[in-house]
Design a binder for this molecule. Structure first.
Ligand code: NAD
Length: 483
């Protein structure tokens, strides 16, 4: 079986302890590959390598760094099919979505290859005639980049690309549960000509490798995507060294369907955003609020479309939905459905595992539509990370906005509404980092992405992500007589 290694100081390496983990396919629980499983010592070695490499990499002209990142993007594209197949096998998503994820990660490298060149400074007005004030941004040092299992390649790429473009060196730790495609991505990026130690990769648990990356004073920045509870723990530990933080945490996104919405389009958009990647997306639609007048029509459309979705192993090209990632995710979804039904919800479709021999060994679950939900139910308050579209009706816009904002999360929100005045009223009132109006994809390379409230801190994508790996410096120059 193939063994995936770590990358420390430019060398593909085994863990010091020799420990190895086997990664299994969630569609059938067959082993896919082995991975070297590191610990605190491996993480500390990687941090030291990144620290040594930092002064050299920080000094290289942004143009040159950009050339390497463009070359890395070409290499990732050349290997896209191979990386995508691994991603499907370790994570479960259908191959066409895995391909899109890998291509998006190549786009991250290209985007920041260019954005890195535009690190403009400022000359700010001075209080005295005899001085000038320049403001420049400089790379902040070693960045620890920690990512989850649901988009293991894309989420890593959109962190390490701006970090490298800014001139930081990186120690990356993908999820220990889905590390294979991320390893191929990192190895391809390294092959593009990065000096040794600029990009390091360590596998292992969050408890050991993750903690070392956060606690060790060598890392000046922690960029993390994952659960809110983990993010809070990281925030506490990072405070000991006042480390810079970017936290992309949990979400619980509402979708509001107004009386004048185009019902078929809204139902399709909500269906896709509730079920793709089996609902295991931080910006998944988690609560659908539908105006009373159109609630029945919307529910009928949503159920009709949901029933057409094809479920199966992700390598089958005809499949829309793969398995869930793990039994734990599936059980959590079942528990939340049971809680909702217990408290008065009704089930319109799904709600159980699909029948058939081909589903027996995988973590499959039917996409589920629930109605008559209310906020006493766990599913309306806690992240589900499962393929469920729960609906609740409303009678006034004020009520819909109040319900939508009744959450500790604030990552994304969606509004389906033809009247733009009402749509904008909702968009401005929603407590979320991104709002989609009449669409379901709020992620754009050029736009900042991140959460309000307990959904996170800082912004990714866009210019904001480059700035997140830099420190500002004010240089005040005193001038001689003559001015
Ligand atoms: P997780 O928090 O369990 O793990 C994420 C990463 O952190 C993994 O690499 C893990 O090994 C590591 N880790 C765990 N404990 C750690 C610790 N104490 N110190 C340092 N590192 C530690 O999350 P997960 O289950 O892999 O991912 C699912 C979660 O990610 C969901 O809550 C989802 O909403 C969130 N997510 C958020 C976004 C976003 O952009 N806001 C995107 C995708 C996923």
């Amino acid at each position: 079986m193939k063994r995936f290694k770590m990358l420390i100081d430019g060398v593909a390496t085994e863990s010091i302890s020799g420990r190895v983990a086997t990664i299994k396919n969630p569609a059938n629980q067959e082993p896919v590959a082995e991975v070297s499983f590191g610990g605190r010592v491996d993480a500390a070695l990687a941090l030291k390598a990144a620290e040594r490499a930092f002064p050299g990499w920080a000094k290289i002209e942004p143009q040159r760094r950009g050339e390497i990142l463009h070359r890395a993007s070409d290499l990732v594209r050349e290997k896209a099919e191979e990386i995508a197949r691994l991603l499907t096998q370790e994570q479960g998503k259908p191959l066409r979505y895995a391909r899109n994820e890998v291509l998006s990660s190549a786009e991250a490298l290209d985007y920041y290859a260019e954005e890195g060149k535009r690190n403009f400074g400022e000359i700010v007005p001075s209080a005295s005639k005899r001085s000038r004030s320049l403001v420049i941004s400089q790379p902040l040092g070693v960045a620890a980049v920690i990512s989850p299992w649901n988009y293991p390649v894309d989420l890593l790429a959109w962190k390490l690309a701006p970090a490298l473009a800014a001139g930081c060196t990186v120690v990356a730790k993908p999820s220990s549960k889905a590390p294979l495609a991320a390893t191929e991505f990192v190895m391809a990026t390294e092959e593009a000509g990065l000096p040794p130690g600029v990009l390091n990769l360590v596998h292992g648990s969050g408890r050991d490798v993750g903690s070392e990356l956060v606690e060790n004073p060598i890392s000046r920045k922690v960029s993390f995507t994952g659960e809110t509870t983990t993010g809070k723990e990281i925030m506490e530990k990072a405070s000991r060294h006042v480390k810079r933080l970017s936290l992309e945490l949990g979400g619980h996104s509402p979708a509001i369907v107004c009386e004048d919405a185009k019902i078929e389009e809204a139902a399709e958009a909500c269906m896709y955003r509730a079920f793709s990647n089996m609902g295991q997306i931080c910006i998944s639609v988690n609560r659908i609020y539908v105006h009373d007048a159109v609630a029945e029509e919307f529910a009928d459309e949503l159920v009709k479309m949901t029933k057409k979705l094809r479920i199966g192993g992700g390598l089958d090209p005809d499949v829309d939905l793969g398995p869930m990632f793990s039994e734990a995710q599936r059980q959590k979804t079942k528990d939340q459905i049971a809680d909702a039904l217990d408290k008065g919800a009704t089930i319109l479709c799904g709600g159980s595992e699909p029948e058939g021999e081909e589903f027996r060994r995988g973590f499959f679950f039917m996409p589920t539509v629930l109605d008559r939900m209310d906020h006493s139910m766990r599913m309306m308050r806690e992240e589900t990370f499962g393929p469920v579209a729960p609906m609740m009706s409303f009678s006034s816009n004020d009520e819909a906005l109040r319900l939508a904002n009744d959450s500790r999360y604030g990552l994304a929100a969606y509004v389906f509404c033809e009247d733009m005045t009402t749509a904008l009223w909702f968009a401005e009132g929603l407590e979320a980092g991104s709002v989609g109006v009449n669409l379901n994809n709020v992620i754009q390379p050029q736009a900042p992405f991140g959460g309000w409230k307990e959904s996170g801190l800082g912004r990714e994508r866009s210019r904001a992500a480059l700035e997140a790996y830099m420190e500002k410096k004010h240089i005040r120059i005193g001038l001689r007589e003559g001015f």
